[in-house]
Design a protein around this ligand. Sequence first.
Ligand code: AMP
Length: 277
Amino acid sequence: MDLILARNRTDLIKARGGGTLALVPTMGALHEGHRSLIRLARDRADHVVVSVFVNPLQFGPGEDYSRYPRTFDADLAACREEGVDVVFAPAAGDMYLPDRQVSVCAGEMGRIVEGASRPGHFDGMLTVVLKLFNLVRPDVAVFGQKDAQQLSMIRRMVADLDVPVEVVGAPTVREPDGLALSSRNRYLSAGERRVALALSRALRAGAGEPTPARVRAAASKVLAEAPPELELDYLVLVDPATFTEVSDPYEGEAVLAVAAKVGATRLIDNMVVRLGR
Ligand code: AMP
């Protein structure tokens, strides 16, 4: 069966057959990271829907909504290659009613770490994800660990609002030199790309350490030695479920997360670290 392109709810309803359904929400500009999510989705369900939607609600003023990379033809080709059943690519006007009132509030967790740097981002992200869940009605939805706080917030929303979907997290896909794949990497010049490597280097340095203080110190040291083109936003070591900072003594998994601007491009990355014992 060839790929179905659904532009609105009516198309989607027509396209929905029997069997289980997995959804992979994306903003397009698909890369190997997205493809790994699609493959995981194919393993987990009979049919795969990929949504391609650059969600205006999750971009703040002064962020890159209008210049966010849009490569729709290449995205369709990638989805076809990966055996996707349906690409759902609504226009912003089809997603949001002009007089819309109600949206999802991410709560306190939406205002810390990444949410502190991007006010309103998680409200906008959760609102579109809940709408996509309601439109597509997937059994399973796959999200990348690359956006660790996003993944935690979606799990939180599903638990708090009793959303009937299984959320599956997928590991971060990296370039051989460690740079986490991101649609925004294409903004980077060759020089900036080299500078950006400090992010994954810092995470790797921290990940080998046994205590929160030593994890933070090792990662900070690498970032402090990075060229001045790297402007650090935050480096945190947090509880994976709540995104609150962990302190000594701590045992178990924590997320070491970093955000920085390299030139005009804001990048985020993280690694799960195991502490204690
Ligand atoms: P985006 O198109 O950036 O909104 O991302 C769509 C989905 O792909 C999200 O669940 C991301 O976490 C995931 N994703 C983005 N980059 C990567 C990566 N390098 N490895 C794995 N998943 C990723």
